[in-house]
Design a protein around this ligand. Structure first.
Ligand code: NAD
Ligand code: GLY
Length: 397
């Protein structure tokens, strides 16, 4: 039986229910968000120049003497040295493991390769793994940490906007199979997440904007005030104004922290984080992950979910327009022209999504900005109609 209402939204405003579950402290420009998971609770530390403090932070956590820094070959030349210097200065022995940059690296062959290097460096049960990079490095290194010697401590140092607001928080780790993305993995929480805002300065602008798609998502699913702030500050954010960015990243982490704190293993609430992802994932799959970055695909997915929400959950037309306008302001795609064949492929791809249960594709839909609910079954003809509508709009503009 379906635990969620299939047609109409359960009114769910996390702000009111859960505020007291999350702590946020501000020390100068550094913000700390706590992920509340009892004995597995941890801090997300957000601020400028934090990379040079990573050793000290690990020492405070009393992590073991030896560690492996796992990074990729784009991040390594930029940030491995300051991170390693800081770890060494705090007395840690460091092994550096560098994987090729890109989604293709999230595979079991490279996991095996990391295990071999950890064993060669004689990392023991009390050693730890530190992920330095974007979501690809974080997901893979986290899976290595979760499984090597049945689990060693894990630290996330995310260096992309997407990984700072999303993938480094919440403990989903894993790799891809030929059959699909993230099909092998674990829930394995880090001991610490350290977001150095300075690292974002070298991020390619396209990657930065793709991360903004997840930022906007948090406004839609949980926080009308955040959404409004994004509307008024998008220009500053696109210029990477450090003050604007720091508080927004902290806000997103706070939302993710409270959702994960309430539903770590995704029995319900956590699914709201997938707003816009049902169609978004399918768009990535039918374009073989080669055309759109994840953030770009879920921008289109979030527009589609907005249209469905309007049709099924009385989501106001004017909110729909605000959402579209904000994605446009962030210079993210809001439409995609589908051919009839592509539409069919997209429908099939949605059926294959790992989130499908009982053969039914479920959507997260909004009742207003700041309030969504998961588990909506949407009739196929309605999905078709929405895809057509999005396509039509693209040919008009
Ligand atoms: P990514 O890790 O591939 O990084 C994007 C590119 O930017 C890479 O080429 C990388 O080398 C480069 N890069 C990283 N930091 C940089 C910096 N500071 N300066 C310059 N270049 C830099 O991609 P991503 O968008 O960070 O993450 C995407 C991955 O995250 C996907 O595999 C996705 O499945 C996963 N993900 C996981 C979760 C989760 O909850 N675990 C959530 C969302 C996404
Ligand atoms: N990125 C979705 C989640 O962490 O649940």
């Amino acid at each position: 039986s379906n635990q969620f209402n299939e047609t109409c939204p359960i009114k769910l405003n996390l702000n009111h229910v859960l505020t007291s579950w999350t702590e946020s402290t501000i020390v100068r420009d550094v913000k700390i968000v706590k992920v509340p998971l009892e004995e597995r609770s941890y801090q997300i530390v957000i601020g400028p120049s934090l990379l040079k403090a990573v050793g000290r932070k690990c020492k405070q956590l009393k992590l073991g003497q030896s560690c492996a820094v796992i990074t990729d070959d784009r991040v390594e030349p930029l940030y491995a040295k300051p991170a390693i210097d800081s770890l060494k200065a705090s007395g840690f022995n460091v092994t550096l493991i560098t994987i090729p940059a890109g989604e293709k690296s999230k595979n079991l062959r490279l996991v095996q390769n990391c295990y071999d290097q950890l064993a060669q460096a004689r990392l023991e049960r009390n050693s730890f793994v530190l992920a330095l990079g974007g979501g690809v490095v974080g997901d893979l290194a986290g899976f290595v940490a979760a499984t090597y010697l049945r689990g060693v401590d894990f630290v996330q140092v995310p260096t992309t906007l997407l990984s700072q607001v999303d993938s480094s928080v919440g403990g989903k780790v894993g790799v891809n199979l030929k059959a699909g993305k993230n099909l092998v993995g674990a829930f394995y929480q880090p001991r610490l997440v350290l977001c150095d805002l300075d690292t974002l300065q070298t991020l390619p602008p396209r990657e930065f904007k793709a991360g903004l798609a997840e930022v906007i998502k948090y406004g839609i699913i949980d926080d009308a005030r955040l959404f409004k702030k994004l509307e008024s500050e998008m220009e500053r954010i696109l210029k990477q104004d450090p003050k604007a960015l720091g508080s927004i990243i902290a806000k997103c982490c706070q939302i993710k922290a409270k959702v994960v704190g309430a539903d770590e293993k995704e029995s319900g609430l956590r699914a709201t984080l997938n707003y816009g992802h049902t169609i978004g994932h399918a768009i990535e799959a039918i374009t073989r992950y080669g055309t759109f970055l994840h953030g770009e695909a879920i921008s289109i997915g979030q527009i589609a979910a907005g249209v469905l929400s309007h049709a099924l959950c009385q989501f106001p037309e004017k909110d729909m327009e605000r959402i579209r306008a904000l994605f446009e302001k962030a210079k993210l795609p809001t439409s995609l022209r589908f051919t009839a064949t592509q539409r069919e492929k997209l429908m099939k791809a949605m059926q294959l999504d790992k989130k499908v249960s009982d053969g039914k594709v479920k959507f997260v839909l909004a009742s207003r900005i700041g309030s969504v609910s998961p588990g909506h079954v949407v009739p196929n003809d309605m999905i078709h109609a929405v895809l057509e509508q999005i396509g039509l709009e693209s040919s008009e503009s």
